[in-house]
Design a binder for this molecule. Structure first.
Ligand code: FAD
Length: 389
């Protein structure tokens, strides 16, 4: 794309959120560009691909749990559409998740979480130690019991990112390998973006989906700068050599109070994750956190000792002050925010794309958007909080 090109929609950031938005927006007949120096290589590439509305449900985050459940329900159709559009598999799996207690001291914690899930009406079933090992024979003898979460599924997030890029290109989306420096605004209306190398790009609407860097763009009205912060996480990609037994389904474990997860892929790969560290934008991999993660995983699944390390990948989750996503319109006409998805951006990508397209369509129709699933997650909740005495 050359300077001066105009699109109906420019999406800043080609992670799973930005590309899902771009693909769905292009399907409405809009001309769309995605600006990103490295599409799909942010948090989206580091993630494990768990679609975990139940395991991720936390005390005090009821609205988010409701949104996450709706997001999980949207995934089968989204995966089907994406595969149909591209001929690529995204490996959506609905075989559930086991949460296990690594030792006796962790059993009380998994029981507390189970009671919370059941009180919320979420699908969760207590399992004894033997039932856990029947469900997953690779679990260590020390596993003292756990919980079956049949509604927590998974997808291969890297396959999704590659398929989304292919689907976008097939739908006519332009990819601009550049960094957006500034959002251009005049008279309360968005005009486009200014690129680091490519100059200005005009647009009728701009979607800010730059992940953990969404708060860093120039030109944003200060009060509406999304309060996202980078929360580093490291995943380890492993591969089971031929003949080595494979994990059947996703296992999340508590080991001496620390959490880890193991997400098996269809090809014998396995994603082990993840550390949680607040160290700014550095993509370093401190040995201590990595060693703890590997130790905990080996304690729960001793057969990992025979797996081979393929890759260690740091990524930056886009965290928000209340752990919820930040999705919605702003007072700048045509500027929509889609960020802050923190630990659940893969899960939330389909519903986020639907929501942003719904807002774009309502604006084009000159109508106020009807209430929707993101009402508790609008950008203005932080503006209101900042303005309160
Ligand atoms: C270790 C780890 C494990 C995770 N596991 C899961 C999981 O199992 N399930 C789940 O649902 N979620 C998981 N997540 C969270 C999930 O990965 C994120 O919430 C999601 O990827 C956010 O998507 P995004 O598109 O907003 O951000 P990103 O994927 O980070 O994409 C943002 C994009 O914006 C681009 N960008 C930044 N600044 C600019 C700019 N100025 N101009 C142009 N482009 C720009 C970047 O290059 C990048 O490609 C995990 C995250 C991590 C780090």
């Amino acid at each position: 794309m050359s300077p001066g090109d105009r699109h109906d929609v420019v999406v800043i950031g080609g992670g799973i959120i930005g590309m899902a938005v771009a693909w769905r927006a292009a399907a409405t007949g809009r001309s769309v560009a995605v600006v990103d120096p490295e599409p799909g290589r942010g948090a989206t590439w580091a993630a494990a691909g768990m679609l975990a509305p139940v395991a991720e449900a936390q005390f005090g985050e009821g609205d988010l749990a409701v949104l996450n459940l709706a997001a999980a329900a949207a995934w089968p159709v989204f995966a089907h559409d994406l595969e149909a559009a591209t001929g690529r598999e995204v490996h959506y799996r609905d075989d559930g998740t086991l949460v296990v207690a690594g030792g006796p001291s962790d059993r009380a914690a998994t029981d507390r979480v189970l009671a919370f899930h059941q009180a919320m009406g979420l699908p969760a079933v207590r399992l004894g130690a033997r039932a856990c090992r029947e469900a997953e024979p690779l679990l260590a003898p020390g596993v003292s019991g756990g919980v079956d979460l049949p509604a927590d599924h998974q997808v291969d997030n890297r396959a999704v990112a590659l398929a989304l890029e292919a689907a976008c290109r097939a739908a006519g989306v332009d990819f601009v390998a550049d960094r957006a420096e500034r959002i251009e605004v005049a008279d309360g209306r968005v005009l486009g973006v200014v690129l680091e190398h490519g100059g200005p790009q005009s647009a009728d609407a701009v979607v800010l989906a730059a992940g953990s860097r969404s708060g860093a763009l120039a030109g944003l009205p200060e009060a509406w700068r999304p309060p996202v912060r980078p929360v580093r996480g490291v995943t380890v990609r492993l591969q089971a050599p031929d003949g080595v037994p494979r994990l059947r389904r996703t296992v999340r474990a508590l080991v001496h109070g620390r959490s880890c997860y193991l997400v098996p892929r269809d090809d014998g790969g396995l994603v082990l994750g993840a550390t949680v560290e607040e160290r700014g934008f550095a993509l370093d991999v401190p040995l201590g956190g990595l060693a703890d993660l590997v130790d905990d995983a080996r304690r729960v699944v001793p057969a990992l000792d025979e797996y081979c390390v393929v890759e260690v990948t740091p990524g930056l989750r886009p965290g928000s002050p209340d752990n919820g996503p930040i999705v919605g319109s702003t007072p700048v006409d045509g500027l929509v925010v889609a960020t802050g998805h923190f630990r659940n951006g893969v899960l939330l990508a389909p519903v986020t794309a639907d929501e942003v397209v719904r807002l774009l369509v309502a604006r084009a129709d000159g109508a106020a958007a009807a209430p929707g699933p993101f009402d508790a997650f609008r950008p203005d909740r932080f503006v209101a909080a900042a303005a309160a005495p």
